[in-house]
Design a protein around this ligand. Structure first.
Ligand code: MG
Ligand code: MG
Length: 250
């Protein structure tokens, strides 16, 4: 069942989203060759707690950290580690959730580490473009397939792989609520209504669609070992323009 957010719930979600955006801002500042993903996790957790929020991911289904850090061919759910040190030319996807006043904000961003190849920079730029193409369809009276189709069209234009097993989702009281949102057209005619919040999150690969889960039972990587990018915002359907909830409030 898709629930619709009250004015007060939206207010708290917007605050949670602001904190998530603060984490991403901080990540952008500190990501550089030589830093470990464990250090990034500690910094992120500090920002979340300093803002009187709870790291949503920590303990979620047993996940051991406050952020997911997925490098290069890793798609999502990478576990921060002191042994994983960023190096020049890597890309890193940081996925963050914060719970404030019982409401969740969820957003992911892929960052370059130093100078990266043009090919990978284009993958990142296109995945971000796919996210915003999806967001533009988050309108009262549209259907879920409108978002999925918009994302798929951007990916197909560049012949990128689209991760099929993971996708967007309703978000609010829980990190994962109904509905599930595919990143490719499946014919889902579920109506999008005012005050519905969905985390829209395309994951695009430089190579094939296929992914596999590592022995740690968390880290998802591309099957062909080629890089993957991930961009996500929590978005609210309003009467007018879609509202991105996981951005800094003025
Ligand atoms: Mg996320
Ligand atoms: Mg999500």
């Amino acid at each position: 069942m898709i629930n619709h957010k009250s004015r007060d719930e939206i207010k708290r979600m917007r605050h949670a989203g602001h904190i998530v955006a603060l984490v991403h801002k901080k990540m952008k500042e500190v990501i550089e060759p030589g830093i470990s993903t464990k250090e990034l996790d500690s910094i992120a957790e500090k920002v979340i707690r300093e803002n009187r929020a709870i790291p949503t991911f920590l303990g979620y289904s047993g996940f051991p950290a406050s952020i997911c850090t997925s490098i290069n061919e890793q798609v999502v759910h990478g576990i921060p580690s002191e042994k994983v040190i960023l190096k020049e030319g890597d890309i890193i996807s940081v996925d963050v959730g914060a719970t404030y006043g019982g409401m969740v904000g969820d957003s992911a961003w892929t960052h370059p580490v130093g100078k990266i190849s043009e090919e990978v920079a284009k993958l990142m730029k296109t995945t971000e473009e796919a996210l915003f193409a999806g967001i533009a369809q988050m309108r009262d009276g549209n259907v879920l397939d409108d978002i999925s189709t918009a994302i798929e069209e951007v990916a197909n234009r560049e012949h990128y792989g689209i991760v099929r097993q993971y996708g967007g989702h309703g978000v609010g009281h829980q990190m994962h609520e109904d509905p599930f949102l595919f990143n490719y057209k499946v014919g889902d005619k579920t109506l999008i209504k005012k005050n519905t919040a969905i985390a829209i999150e395309p994951m695009l690969n430089l190579g094939c669609d296929e992914v596999e889960v590592a022995a740690d039972e968390w880290t998802v990587s591309t099957a062909d070992g080629k890089p993957s990018a991930h961009f996500e915002h929590t978005v609210l359907c309003t009467e007018g323009e879609p509202m991105i909830m996981t951005q800094l409030m003025e």
